[in-house]
Design a protein around this ligand. Structure first.
Ligand code: HT7
Ligand code: ZN
Length: 871
């Protein structure tokens, strides 16, 4: 494959200042006329040929400065249009192309989703609309005229502000949109369709009144109210937290049902996967509401971190994505519980990014080469990218961070920037040299920080010895912020002091270092990496008793949760390697959990639900996989043993909690964090009760489903039943499908629940579900719900020793590869941890991957993933 390398970056030889687009929408023959005001780039190569990107386009006509060009005046191939001798001064290029939106199954460029015309241009979809310099450092002011059949597409939306609209004859009409902010082509969008609208308004701190619109398929407007509210809250938060105001007169969000990712931040016209817009108590879970809020916020925040300041090239993707994830995480933390949100961020990071960083698809947060950029929208770029921003804030402090952000936005506004530009803003405001810190962007892999501690009772000092390592990569050490404190038998030892850790933040800058606390009255337990202050693995040999002391007494909620996780992890790993697990070994943990519930469960139910949750099977596999071979069946058995023990030993308390947390009849549903937290703990209790006593579990879950007034409780009941084979399960699944037969987004939950049943019959079940009338291979949500949930959420069946799980997924990948390679490549990343498996499964997985590699006609997307996975 052709590799694109960061070191080869050079500015474009030509610039485009203004783009006028005339788009005549027709289902199969859409005509696009692009008029481009161009000029040579003063810092480009003088006299260079002009090479415009293009893909899947029919060129209808081409004119330079008003003169039609005949075919021998330019070069045309499958990926480009070349003018060998363009003018040396400003010129105008007029390009007429034709595309077929109905045949566009890749969902990149202009396509139709359920009859609605929409576009997706990031990363390189604009070249599927017209020939263009499709790179983010070419920024232009766009005016777009959209014309369509009035009946088919009464709503016509573009970027920027509406400028004009009216009839266009022949039952057609037009709308003109003008976006005054120069932008790269990847932020272009248009929409045309029959859509309902919910409207709102927001007045910015600068006094601008912004018209807000959420557009959804007909009949769905009531389900868009929550998203609209989330837009308003996001706008207010960005003003208050970052001083960023919105900069157009309208802000529109459109929900479509066929979408490759979550959403897209097109300037003034965000386009969303409808899964992340539509919500009602009957159809959306608490997790759905939280996702909608976070993704609405994320795309809105891109208006500054991504749009006003964009990326110079795609290697800088983390500049907008890592920063914007950080910003949406802060928003959710301020809106919900900070501690609970931090724990869920870290769970996601460990579940998705750590394995990526430990496997064959590992790459730096800022990659230095790629074959297919769409494969680099990864957990590393997004989630680890956000952790880097958070570490920077921890190191320089909140105030300096805000000043640095202001400087970044001020100095880079209107430009296509780099990671260096970002760091320079913070260097300027702190006078610190951040070149060592910048290594985080370059170095793949998760560092390990190994720690020992020794207490000197005479001197009343406690020394903490640190060693950082990152095997497999060469280079000087990273700068790792360690937020820490000491905990004694009575709780936090606030009187202990460490000069080199002002405010409890120690910067580990060398490979090894020692930090000494003085005034330590008794042997302490260190509370390390509070709030998960760096994306590292911590190796500290604490006893279970020490962990449980932290669970009880630490002032840092993250480390309290981590303490329970660590004890659970150690037990399960020990049991997974043993023939006869001794369940009683868990009793110190169980007792500590019981005491915690008694003291705190009702005070903070959401936090309590997290404390009760054990490390997932995936987390355990990742932990085992560092040193030895993973057997998913053994992990599941061991983990279930622990869950059963907790359920048995705490059954009375759990039952009591379920009662205490039940809503009084008639309580209206609220998706707020406190109400969601109560449901989370109630359902965590149900889950543990059912593991310990499946007969009671079936009854309780059945009753919960029968009386549920919201999707969270209904689905939790169904999830419990799904794990207990029997007629009640099948009846409940059938009822659910019947009740929601016309709700594809709800049926996705039904597909996913069945795909994750850890039983051998699941493969046949999935085969049958693929024939279900609602299932469709062309809708990414359906494919992810059934196949993606299976590969990412059913470790024992995906990793079946006979290879049938791998065959199911590889068949699905090949079936999709020609129609939607982006989606196919994503499904294939499920094999990212194959080298950690025990030898038999490893060899079966290898064969499955080899089968894909040996196909003759693979897309670049899938070919890139399979090649790197096998490398
Ligand atoms: N910036 C967007 C990323 C994106 C995307 C979205 C939809 C379809 C294809 C896409 N390729 C890249 C979404 C975001 O991270 O905000
Ligand atoms: Zn983003």
């Amino acid at each position: 494959p052709t590799m694109i390398r960061l070191e080869d970056y050079r500015p474009s030889d030509y610039l485009i200042d203004r783009v006028e687009l005339d788009v005549r929408l027709h289902s199969r023959e859409t005509r696009i006329t692009a008029t481009l005001a161009m000029r040579p780039n003063p810092v480009g190569r003088a006299g260079a040929p002009l090479v415009l990107d293009g893909e899947d386009l029919t060129l209808v006509s081409l004119a330079l400065d008003g003169q039609p060009l005949c075919p021998d005046a330019y070069g045309l191939n499958a990926t480009s249009l070349t003018l060998p001798n363009p003018p040396s001064e400003s010129f105008t290029l007029r390009i007429e192309t034709q595309v077929n939106p109905t045949a566009n199954t890749r969902l990149m460029g202009l396509y139709r989703s359920n009859g609605v015309y929409c576009t997706q241009c990031e990363a390189d979809g604009f070249r599927r609309i017209t020939y263009f310099l499709d790179r983010p450092d070419v920024m232009a002011v766009y005016t777009t005229r959209i014309e369509a059949d009035l009946d088919e597409a009464p709503v016509l939306l573009g970027n920027g502000n509406p400028a004009d609209s009216g009839p266009a004859g022949d039952g057609r009409h037009y709308a003109i949109w003008h976006d005054p902010h120069p932008k790269p082509a990847y932020l272009f969008a248009l929409v045309g369709g029959r859509l309902d609208r919910v409207s709102g308004s927001f007045t910015t701190m600068e006094g601008r009144t912004v018209d807000l619109g959420i557009y959804v398929e007909p009949g769905q407007a009531a389900r868009a109210e929550y998203a609209l509210d989330a837009v308003i809250r996001s706008m207010a938060w960005d003003e208050q937290a970052f001083g960023r105001a919105y900069d157009l007169d309208v802000f529109n969000v459109v929900a479509v049902s066929d979408f490759n990712m979550g959403a897209m931040e097109n300037k003034g016209l965000n386009i969303f996967n409808d899964k992340f817009v539509l919500a009602s108590p009957e159809t959306a879970t608490d997790a759905d509401y939280a996702n909608i809020e976070a993704i609405i916020a994320h795309e809105y925040f891109h208006n500054w971190s991504g749009n006003r300041v964009t990326c110079r090239d795609w290697f800088q993707l983390c500049l907008k994505e890592g920063l914007t994830v950080f910003r949406d995480q802060e928003f959710s933390s301020d809106t919900r519980s900070r501690a609970v949100h931090r724990i869920s961020e870290v769970r996601t990071l460990r579940a998705r990014q750590f394995p990526e960083d430990a496997g064959p698809l590992a790459h730096p947060v800022r990659p230095n080469q790629y074959a297919e950029i769409n494969n680099f929208y990864t957990a590393t770029v997004y989630e680890k990218g956000a952790e880097i921003v958070r570490m920077l804030r921890t190191l320089i402090g909140g105030q300096a961070f805000r000043t640095g952000m202001d400087r970044y936005f001020a100095t880079c506004d209107g430009t296509a920037a780099t990671v260096e530009d970002f760091l320079a803003a913070f260097e300027a405001v702190t006078s610190r040299d951040l070149s060592a810190f910048a290594r985080w962007y370059e170095r793949p892999g998760t560092p390990t920080v190994s720690i020992t501690g020794d207490y000197d009772p005479e001197a009343k000092t406690y020394r903490i010895n640190f060693r950082q390592s990152l095997p497999g990569t060469e280079g000087p050490p990273l700068v790792i912020p360690v937020v820490l404190g000491l905990v004694g038998p009575e709780g936090a030892m606030d009187e202990a002091r460490a000069e080199r850790a002002p405010g409890g933040v120690f910067a580990l800058e060398q490979e090894t270092d020692t930090l000494t606390f003085s005034n330590v009255a008794a042997a302490p337990v260190p509370s390390l990496f509070r709030g998960f202050s760096a994306p590292v693995r911590v190796a500290f040999e604490a006893t279970d008793a020490q962990h449980l002391l932290l669970l009880r007494h630490d002032t840092d909620p993250f480390n309290r949760w981590q303490a329970a996780q660590s004890v659970g992890m150690r037990l399960v790993i020990r049991w997974a390697g043993s023939d006869s697990p001794e369940a009683a070994e868990a009793d110190a943990l169980v007792e500590a959990l019981g005491a915690f519930l008694d003291a705190e469960a009702l005070r903070d139910p959401a936090f309590a639900a997290l404390i009760l949750s054990l490390p997932s099977e995936g987390d355990i596999a990742n932990e085992i996989g560092i040193g030895s071979a993973v057997d998913p069946d053994a992990i599941r058995m061991a983990r279930e043993t622990l869950r059963r023990r907790i359920g048995e030993r705490l059954s009375d308390r759990l039952a009591q909690l379920r009662g205490d947390l039940a809503d009084r009849p008639g309580t209206p549903f609220s998706p707020d964090a406190a109400s969601a937290g109560r449901r989370a703990l109630r359902n965590a209790a149900l889950d543990l009760i059912a593991v310990a006593d499946p007969i009671a579990g079936v009854d309780l879950a059945g009753e919960q489903i029968a009386t549920a007034t919201n999707m969270t409780d209904r689905l939790a009941g169904l999830g419990v039943l799904a794990l207990i084979a029997g007629p009640q399960r099948e009846a409940a699944l059938k009822d659910f499908a019947e009740r929601f037969r016309s709700e594809p987004l709800v049926l996705d939950k039904w597909f996913a629940i069945q795909a994750t049943i850890p039983e051998s019959g699941t493969l046949e079940r999935i085969a049958a579900l693929r024939q279900h009338p609602t299932f469709s291979n062309t809708n990414p949500n359906r494919v992810r719900a059934l196949i993606g949930s299976f590969s990412s959420g059913n470790p024992t069946q995906f990793n079946r020793a006979d290879g049938a799980g791998y065959a199911l997924v590889t068949d699905a990948v090949l079936a999709l590869d020609q129609s939607n390679p982006q989606l196919a490549a994503r499904l294939l990343t499920a094999f990212g941890s194959w080298r950690m498996l025990e030898p038999n499964r490893r060899s079966v997985a290898h064969k499955a991957l080899d089968r894909i590699r040996s196909q003759t006609e693979l897309s670049r997307d899938v070919s890139d993933i399979v090649t790197r996975t096998l490398a």
